[in-house]
Design a protein around this ligand. Sequence first.
Ligand code: ADP
Length: 475
Amino acid sequence: MKVLAVTSEVFPLVKTGGLADVCGALPAALAAEGVSVITLMPGYPPVLTELRDTVVILEIADLFGGPARALRGQAGALDIVAIDAPHLYARAGDPYVGPDGVDWPDNAVRFAGLGRVAAMLAKGALAVDAVHLHDWQAGLAAAYLCQRDEPGPGIVATVHNLAFQGLFGAHMLEALGLTAEQFSPAGLEYHGAISFLKASLIYADRITTVSPTYADEIRTAEGGMGLDGVLRQRGHNVSGILNGIDTDIWDPEIDPAIPVRFGRGKPVRRAANKAALQRHFGLAENGTALLCGVVSRMSWQKGLDLLLEVLPVLRAENMQLALLGSGEPALQAAFSAAAARDPDYVGCLFGYDETVAHLIQAGSDALLVPSRFEPCGLTQLCALRYGSIPLVARVGGLADTVIDANAASLTQGVATGVQFAPVTRPALEQALRRLGMLWRNVPAWRRTQRNGMAMDVSWRGPAAAYARLFRALRA
Ligand code: ADP
């Protein structure tokens, strides 16, 4: 069974978030299920640099304003097809925004190009059984594949974050090669605009999102971001499959990025990593303080403004904070100011840094994820595996992957973390106090930590679920 995955990001080539992690790890897990994945992505400069043993599998004289080639090659164990189209993708830095921090003005054609090549390859040179479209960037592939009434591959669309919909002006319709018939409320029109994400939701055979709870949330008016009606209409074709993490990259027993490696049997060895983390963030080297970590994009979604508001509670509970993030300048400034006021207790680093992310997972006692919504969330999965107890908002995939340490779960010995709801300041404050109580109850803390470390957060189960979905489509 052959599947063409279509995505804008693949770790370690290009990454702005969890989408890249998923697309980097799922192919190997699917291979174990007998599904071979070829991944199509834009030929951003780092992609073309990394690709080995390339062969040209398609040449296009004019792909939205310039010539393009599809180059198939290897990046590590990944079978990649990169679209070499310099007029669309030969730009340094972030894949979506220019150096001025504003979206590239031609993003509509840049990602229509991805969809167009996907449709050509899926029916042509690659002749796959199914295409797997990731997020809005791949969405138009579904619209192009459905333009001709002829048999084609099955289409699965996976929503990693409904907040990003790829909306562009209706005046682009003809230029993008879409038909007037497709531009209707029953098609890819969204209140007068062209919606790349809606195209995938309408034309895909199956829609998945990255956790069962998020699959429920996006079908409600509160969580549907304007697309809940469309999603409800798709009925049983919508489902949630939890993400996993790459347990070769995230393995505390062999992780080259952390000072001291440790396994499930030896979480006490984490103490040296905690000291290293405190030093790295300039915090007081204090073994009794509870060291909280954060690894996050800094945006409204992630609830870090709430975390700012509860810093006094952290301090009162003898909790330190080590935050690694990148995003909204106002939030960064506020956390910088907090760190300047209380450097023994609050430390922050801004930017994107894989090594520090690993150190936080290996050295923090708890990992805070106060997201307002979270399709799946990956950092809490890494935390579970690394023995850092996750404190999470009870939303989306966070609700599905953490078992709250309440009286019942502690008695049964099954707790893995702390949850709070609703996502408000008082609820977060109360959760922090509960985390403090758990910390002071050493046997309960250790048990909770061990439970988390024993959880299967790998791609094995999720990959089997995707494989079943692809096979069901073919049948
Ligand atoms: P999202 O995709 O919404 O950003 P996820 O939790 O699904 O959130 O995935 C985030 C991924 O990006 C994780 O692998 C996390 O470790 C990583 N990450 C986020 N911020 C940073 C950062 N500043 N430095 C390094 N890694 C980061």
